[in-house]
Design a protein around this ligand. Structure first.
Ligand SMILES: [Zn+2]
Length: 106
């Protein structure tokens, strides 16, 4: 933990200003599910609750890089093109989220 520990990976604030950990103790949750769009196209929906400090545009950018796909942000929801329910938990963990807060719907 000697390198790159000064900035929070979730909110990008310096750790001394970051409140992600404190906030996430409560009922922060990421619900992941798939949805079907026009022409049977699948999308992966990530719904963020109780994470007002999270920059979803930043999270979406990282997820799109990992998934090598397109995606959009609408309010507290990130939508990724394609079905990524199997990998998305690990991707969110890499970004800095607590896997215990991630709920993947089957
Ligand atoms: Zn933070």
């Amino acid at each position: 933990m000697s390198t790159k520990k000064s900035v929070c990976p979730i909110c990008s604030l310096p750790m001394e200003l970051c409140v992600c950990k404190a906030v996430s103790q409560e009922e922060s949750k990421i619900r992941v599910r798939t949805d079907k769009r026009k022409w049977g196209r699948l999308v992966t929906i990530l719904e963020f609750s109780g994470m007002a400090n999270v920059n979803l545009n930043d999270v979406a950018r990282k997820l799109k890089t990992k998934a090598a796909c397109g995606g959009t942000v609408d309010g507290n929801v990130i939508e990724l093109q394609g079905n990524h329910t199997y990998q998305v938990r690990n991707w969110l963990k890499d970004i800095g989220f607590d896997v215990n807060n991630i709920q993947v719907m089957k």
